[in-house]
Design a protein around this ligand. Structure first.
Ligand code: IVH
Length: 677
């Protein structure tokens, strides 16, 4: 064995401490202090030292987070102080009643202040630190006895292996929640689906399943986080007098503290906090199932004490559940504009995540097979965040004997053309093209929409009637309509018919970008249509463009380029384009590459948080169309940040760099102004 000299040992401890600080900034504060490459370099140096001098390796070294040996079983751990559970308040009246009891027991007339915290939907954990070093981690178990999961806890980067600061308590038991953020959960499930492995129903199950692994290497690979919300045992020279100060103290020791904690001056303020957080809930990056209210004064907490297994000083106010069980009544197949066939689950209506849900997407045939969903099954519907409702699980054990397996159609349910699924694609498509009335209707609705040819008065219902009555078979026929064809339609009078014909006539004067967008070429949004118009200037130049020429354009990727190529090499599509031009659709040719004149030319924008009105793709597309670059991270070069609810580190970083920010409403107003120029 090679002896370690004092200088090397000192250098080693310095590296450990430097890396611990970087880890804290990255995993706890979500605010990296060095570029990834610098971190990797330090980590590499540390591992090289540890490989050379095995004696050096300390238990708190950041290299010790990858997960050691697998266990045969978990040891049991008796909690010195029981891990309590919380009573629930299901409505405002029950919360008021709780507040009244607190005042009564404390014999106080003055209002009592409460710490309000999101109730994170994960698994409780107890972390015991001796002289600042993580000594043992345990699950809650039955509250009195849990399981020793120290090796697994060590792999969670937001759990400090060593407490920060100079005066750490002799003994400290920190309690908190281990949870899986939603994006990590989605990524984990997507990878599991791709690998043909089992998925988790929700982030809570994913966190629980990941924490109870005998092999810590499995836990290490799961995107878990831990947030501290309280203290069990403590032996320290000084203790904070209130719960919120205790949380601050834990933050200073290196723990992640939820940024939404709030001090409510009285119980009415608690109710207001509930309403505020309920609005923010869909945009949070993790699941919460309610709010926890805790009497803030720790002396008051001691006086109130506990009853059975719950403290008298705290209560949980639950949010509406984000998962409910209901019955799958039928599966229908919808045909989109590009022929994509999407199975839609019709459900017995159920109240979930704050709304009544009666449909859920089943995505595609693979998803139906994976879930093994049958008509008549009881299913778990999950509607969390802004996402559309999903079927998270089929309750196979509740399957009725007459449940009917779902058969993906071989023929289009609308036009009966064969359905094909290209190799490498998960989506099955109707091959009917412009012979399929479903595709025709969607294509016409898109063509007429405001951002495309903007035909005022041609609504969805009207398009459906016109196609069903065989008055129109493609967008070209719009330009041959006359009053006598319109009058027999529902709710159509002479005046509205004339107005519609005027609107159709007016739509002929357009721009190349709008026309390209209106054609509905796959993956060509408004922004990419604008880029194409600017780059090629004329339709003829675009039709003649080689695949290489398309790929050279900033903002046009290989998939979009392939769809453009396919579209313009299809004789039917070309025939429609010429017929439209012959009908009088016209636009001024644009000067090639006006990019320097584009309003956002040279700017780099960043989108963060969740957008409520636009999709991320729409927002990005709109920015590209105005000439901006869209980047994934904030730097000194960022021109503007658009921050929706739930924005975190990117917003903080932008603010610290004095980069202008706007919310979604301001962004939409900004786009409106730009588009009218
Ligand atoms: S305090 C005595 N605070 O909710 C108080 N619990 O039944 C004990 N939870 O499984 C818990 N977020 O893990 C508290 N901010 C929070 C919490 C929280 C989630 C969980 C906890 C426990 C359950 C309470």
């Amino acid at each position: 064995m090679i002896d370690v000299d004092t200088a090397t040992a000192a250098h080693y401890r310095q590296l450990v401490s430097q890396l611990q600080q970087h880890n804290h900034r990255y995993y706890v504060l979500d605010d990296p202090s060095v570029p990834d490459a610098e971190y990797d370099r330090l980590m590499h140096e540390l591992c090289a030292l540890e490989a050379r001098y095995a004696d050096l390796v300390d238990a708190d070294s950041p290299s010790q987070r990858v997960g050691g040996m697998a266990l045969a079983e978990f040891n049991q751990v008796a909690h010195t102080r029981p891990m309590l559970s919380l009573d629930n308040a299901f409505d405002a009246a029950e919360l008021q009643e709780f507040g009244r009891r607190v005042n009564e027991r404390l014999a106080r007339r003055d209002s009592v202040a409460y710490a309000c915290e999101p109730k994170l939907d994960g698994v409780a954990i107890s972390l015991l630190y001796r002289h600042g070093i993580l000594d043992r981690a345990a699950t809650r178990g039955d509250g009195a006895v849990g399981e020793d999961i120290t090796e697994n806890a060590r792999t969670i980067r937001s759990i400090p292996l060593r407490l920060q600061g100079d005066s750490v308590p002799k003994l400290l038991e920190v309690r908190g929640e281990v949870y899986m953020p939603r994006d990590g959960f989605d990524r984990f499930n997507a990878a599991a689906i791709a690998g043909g492995e089992k998925t988790f129903v929700n982030p809570r199950n994913a966190a629980a399943g990941s924490l109870r692994q005998l092999d810590p290497k499995i836990t290490a690979a799961r995107p878990l986080q831990m947030c501290a919300y309280g203290v069990g045992e403590i032996d320290a020279q000084w203790q904070p007098p209130t719960h919120l100060e205790m949380l601050q103290y834990l933050g200073a020791l290196g723990f992640m503290i939820n940024p939404h904690v709030h001090l409510a001056v009285d119980i009415d303020d608690c109710e207001q906090y509930y309403r505020d957080l309920a609005i923010q809930r869909p945009a949070l990056p993790y699941d919460i199932d309610g709010i926890v209210y805790k009497v803030n004064d720790l002396e008051f907490q001691r006086r109130l004490g506990t009853v059975r297994r719950s403290p008298r000083w705290a209560i949980a106010r639950k949010f509406p559940a984000e998962e409910e069980m209901t019955q799958l009544i039928a599966v229908e197949f919808q045909v989109g504009r590009t022929g994509a066939i999407t199975p839609v689950a019709r459900l017995q209506p159920v109240f979930v995540g704050g709304v009544t849900v009666s449909n859920a997407t089943l995505h595609n045939a693979d998803e139906i097979a994976r879930l093994d969903a049958r008509v008549g099954d009881m299913v778990i519907v999950r509607r969390a965040g802004d996402v559309i409702p999903q079927i998270a699980k089929v309750m196979v054990e509740k399957r009725p004997v007459d449940a009917v397996p779902v058969k993906f159609p071989d023929c289009c349910p609308v036009c009966h053309s064969p359905v094909e699924q290209l190799t490498g694609e998960v989506v099955a498509r109707c091959t009917g093209g412009m012979f399929c009335s479903a595709q025709i209707k969607q294509a016409i609705k898109h063509y007429a929409s405001r951002r495309a040819m903007d035909i005022d008065g041609l609504g969805d219902r009207l398009v459906e009637q016109l196609v069903d009555a065989k008055r129109i078979h493609s967008v070209v026929d719009l330009y041959n309509l006359d009053v006598s064809q319109l009058l027999p339609l529902e709710r159509m009078a002479a005046k509205s018919a004339t107005n519609l014909l005027v609107a159709i006539e007016n739509s002929k004067q357009t721009s190349l970008a709008k026309f390209l967008f209106a054609l509905g070429i796959r993956e060509v949004g408004e922004g990419s249509a604008q880029i194409l118009a600017n780059s090629f200037g004329s339709l003829e130049a675009l039709i003649d463009a080689s695949p290489e020429a398309l790929l050279e354009i900033d903002g046009i990727g290989p998939i979009v380029a392939r769809h453009i190529g396919n579209f313009f090499s299809n004789p039917d599509a070309l025939a429609i384009v010429s017929a439209l031009q012959e009908s009088g659709v016209i636009w001024p040719n644009e000067a090639v590459d006006q990019r320097a004149e584009q309003p956002l030319h040279g700017q780099t924008w960043v989108l963060t948080g969740s957008l409520q009105i636009m999709s991320r793709a729409e927002a990005k597309d709109a920015l590209l169309g105005l000439g901006a670059k869209v980047a994934g991270s904030v730097s000194a070069k960022t021109s503007q940040l658009v921050a929706g609810p739930g924005a975190g580190s990117k917003l903080r970083k932008a603010e610290s760099l004095d980069i202008p920010t706007m919310d979604e409403q301001q962004f939409i107003e900004f786009l409106q102004v730009q588009r009218n120029f």
